[in-house]
Design a protein around this ligand. Structure first.
Ligand SMILES: [Zn+2]
Length: 360
């Protein structure tokens, strides 16, 4: 790991240590879940949108277009089957956020992810704002009647086995299609998102909260609005930290004196944060409890490991004893799109691609 990453992360942990009662507001995206095996939506080659391109969608994001869904629900069902909660384990970064809760240092988690891994990691629902909804509840796309989680879940299982129209989840009242409360393009975000953000913002606007509320943005390309406006709205009196492979969004466009930029994978930074705050044993225990293996290898660490392995091979060759040990290092890339966008603050979900792609 580079010194820059370590130095920047220590800047953040110093701030947390110097203000022992301070709390953190997390704003997170797909990057914190890629090490769990969940494909990032927007990664060019490995992302979900790329995989969906096999389905002849008019454009990748159509899978989250409500009109498209009503006519062609199959791609969303395929995506839902792939992403359905329960298949994945939380990442190290999720567990770090759980530790912030346990230490009474968590103010809120705003997540763009629909994988519910924040809850899975043990963070209480009261702290988690799923800005783009989740699979926890469903509603009819015609009459808005609410349905419990298992209504869609059971149908999804049937549809997976037999993708016939009869196996789609339909409303008892009006026969409309039922879908999980995942926010599609053009749909409103949950009111909980706005209510809590107003409260947090009010708190941050108090002079006294200056070093008592610290914002950590992690694993997001900050391209989806209105989520991407959150860091912009943080008062300039407050520290914002960005943990991401690339500098994105407002951190790039309007950098601030108090910003802390940690150019790294979120799991890598999570480990340093835990070490520096003296929480590493607890983090290890959580990793063990969830059966999570250490899979993230920093590129530099990996290069070092490979060169060590090569050294061993050279030595072994001299000994005429080439070991056949397999290399099981896993490299996880989280290539996030870093192109910036207009500051189009709106209550509806929009993305660059959304704006640029012609709708039907
Ligand atoms: Zn209905």
């Amino acid at each position: 790991m580079s010194n820059n990453v370590e130095d920047a992360t220590k800047k953040l942990t110093r701030l947390l240590l110097e203000n022992p009662k301070s709390k953190v507001i997390f704003m997170v995206g797909a990057g914190i879940s890629t090490s769990c095996g969940i494909p990032d939506f927007r990664s060019p080659k490995t992302g979900l949108y790329h995989n969906l391109s096999k389905l002849n969608l008019p454009y990748a994001e159509a899978v989250f277009d409500i009109d498209f869904f009503k006519e062609t629900p199959k791609p969303f069902y395929m995506l839902a089957a792939e992403l359905y909660p329960g298949k994945f384990k939380p990442s190290k970064f999720h567990l770090l956020m759980k530790l912030f809760q346990d230490k009474n240092r968590l103010q809120r988690i705003y997540t763009q992810n629909i994988d519910t891994l924040e809850r899975e990691s043990g963070v209480s629902h009261k702290y988690v704002i799923e800005a783009h909804g989740s699979f926890a509840e469903n509603h009819c796309t015609e009459c808005n009647k609410m349905y419990k989680r298992d209504v869609f879940e059971n149908k999804l299982k049937e549809y997976e086995k037999n993708p016939k129209k009869e196996n789609l989840a339909r409303c008892k009242e009006c026969n409309g299609l039922i879908k999980p409360n995942i926010v599609f393009f053009g749909e409103d975000l949950p009111s909980r998102f706005f209510e809590n953000w107003d409260l947090d913002l009010e708190e941050m606007e108090k002079e006294s909260s200056k070093e008592q509320l610290i914002v950590i943005v992690a694993g997001t390309s900050l391209t989806v609005y209105p989520f991407a406006s959150l860091p912009i709205e943080v008062p300039k009196t407050h520290h914002r930290a960005l943990i991401n492979r690339e500098i994105v969004g407002d951190f790039l466009k309007e950098p601030r004196k108090l910003d802390i930029i940690i150019k790294s994978h979120s799991d890598e930074a999570a480990q340093i944060i835990a070490d520096e705050l003296g929480w590493s044993k607890e983090l290890d225990a959580l990793m063990e409890k969830h059966g999570i293996l250490e899979t993230i290898v920093d590129v530099n660490d990996e290069l070092e490991s490979i060169s060590k392995e090569l050294d061993k091979l050279t030595i072994n060759e001299k000994d005429n004893n080439i070991s056949n040990k397999s290399n099981d290092y896993v490299t996880k890339n989280t290539p996030e799109i870093s192109n910036s966008t207009d500051n189009a603050s709106t209550d509806k979900v929009t993305t660059i691609a959304d704006k640029d792609t012609p709708k039907k």
